[in-house]
Design a protein around this ligand. Structure first.
Ligand code: SF4
Length: 389
């Protein structure tokens, strides 16, 4: 990834909210259809309010790919999202990230050379093929390694379908293949277990240790090798939180994101991606109260929409993504003022070779059709029904 940056003008931090909002409004008017502001669900309210589209990372990148008239996408999110938007948009469109320190700590737990080494090590120790599955919350370079190793990307919403696809590949080579899921070990384990595998079918690969800290026997026995990565926001939800809300609010149901630890997902009533949680709450009967285990900004917005007595945060302390929170109106106004003056600042560009291979992994994911054998717990149904091979 390369960035075309210019130092942020600190004077913007001194402007009041009203001034920033009116500047943003004015710049949006001037730039018209050439500008598109993309806001992730975990952004602050003031950013969501001025975004043209609000969604999860992949939905926003796919939106960017459809916006042929736009010249500039300002991605209010974290860097891997801006990279995906750059990969999926055209060469004559630019993607800007308002705050360059907005980098997902989980995505940065896997770097491309370490992933390539892991694939080689696991293949050489097991004597088997390795099918990598990279969560979209990964760098473009990691997606590129995945694409060139004939793997695919996945989202938290379609992980079960992508794993079902990988299991088909595995069956095609006589079950002699390992599925490497990265960078989030929790999404990997939760998906495997939801599809009928045991936690013991998973082994955790620690990139800081030789051979991932795994013995040859552990690698041989595992179907899934899980990268030792996590999201600190979702990892903070605990089984004790579930016990507390159930005792404080009799009848409450709990829904959590699959980036939460396995024991939390097991105890919850439902688990699903951001979009699946939003849908579940929208479709839930009016009298049902939900405790939600995901990022606080999103939970607060859902509480405002559906009622504070119906939607509450699962934990007693806020679950804020500090990296998402870095982007505020001052950074957004600064980017827009520069664009209006003909200067593209904080542009995120993925090198063409990396972009090409990353796109292979993304396109492979998009081409994977939902498997009839897979259901999601967010729908309130039982876990996935695809079983171990
Ligand atoms: S919530 Fe977690 S996965 Fe999402 S951007 Fe923040 S650190 Fe990364």
């Amino acid at each position: 990834m390369t960035t075309q940056s210019q130092a942020f003008d600190e004077k913007y931090l001194l402007l009041d909210q009203q001034e920033l909002q009116s500047r943003i409004k004015a710049r949006r008017r001037e730039l018209g259809d050439a500008l598109c502001i993309l806001g992730h669900h975990y952004q602050r309210d003031e950013i969501v309010q001025v975004s043209d589209f609000v969604g999860d990372s992949l939905a926003l990148s796919r939106q960017a790919a459809q916006m042929k008239k736009a010249r500039w996408f300002v991605f209010c999110g974290v860097s891997f999202m801006a990279e995906s938007a750059d990969v999926l948009s055209s060469d004559d469109q630019a993607v800007c990230l308002p705050h360059l320190q907005a980098r997902c700590t989980m995505a940065e737990m896997a770097d491309a050379p370490a992933v390539a080494t892991a694939i080689d090590e696991i293949a050489s120790i097991s004597g088997q093929k390795v099918i990598p599955i990279a969560y979209v919350n990964s760098t473009a370079a990691v997606k590129a390694v995945t694409g060139s190793a004939l793997g695919a990307c996945c989202t938290s919403g379609n992980a079960a379908n992508v794993v079902a696809w990988a299991l088909d590949q595995r069956r095609a080579c006589g079950d002699k293949a390992k599925i490497l899921m990265l960078p989030d070990q929790h999404l990997g384990r939760n998906t495997a277990v939801a599809m009928g595998f045991a936690p013991e079918d998973c082994a955790v690969y620690d990139p800081a240790l030789p051979d991932g800290g795994l013995s040859a026997q552990q690698i041989q026995r595992a179907v899934f090798i899980l990268w030792k990565g996590h999201c600190y926001v979702h990892q903070q939800f605990t089984v004790a939180d579930i016990g507390r809300v159930r005792s404080e609010y009799p009848g409450v149901k709990v829904v959590v994101h699959p980036e939460c630890p396995h024991e939390v997902v097991q105890q919850a009533d439902a688990a699903g991606s951001t979009e699946q949680i939003i849908k579940l709450l929208a479709e839930s009967p009016k009298g049902q109260r939900w405790a939600v285990g995901t990022e606080s900004n999103l939970v607060q917005r859902m509480a405002e929409k559906h009622g504070r007595d119906r939607v509450l945060l699962l934990s007693s302390k806020p679950a804020i993504c500090r990296q998402m929170y870095l982007t505020g109106l001052p950074h957004l106004a600064w980017v827009l003022d520069n664009l209006a003056a003909g200067r593209v600042v904080n542009r995120i560009t993925v090198e063409p070779d990396v972009a090409r291979q990353a796109r292979v992994a993304l396109d492979r994911m998009i081409s994977i059709k939902p498997s009839a054998a897979v259901t999601t717990r967010a729908s309130g149904e039982a876990s996935a029904t695809a079983g171990p091979s």
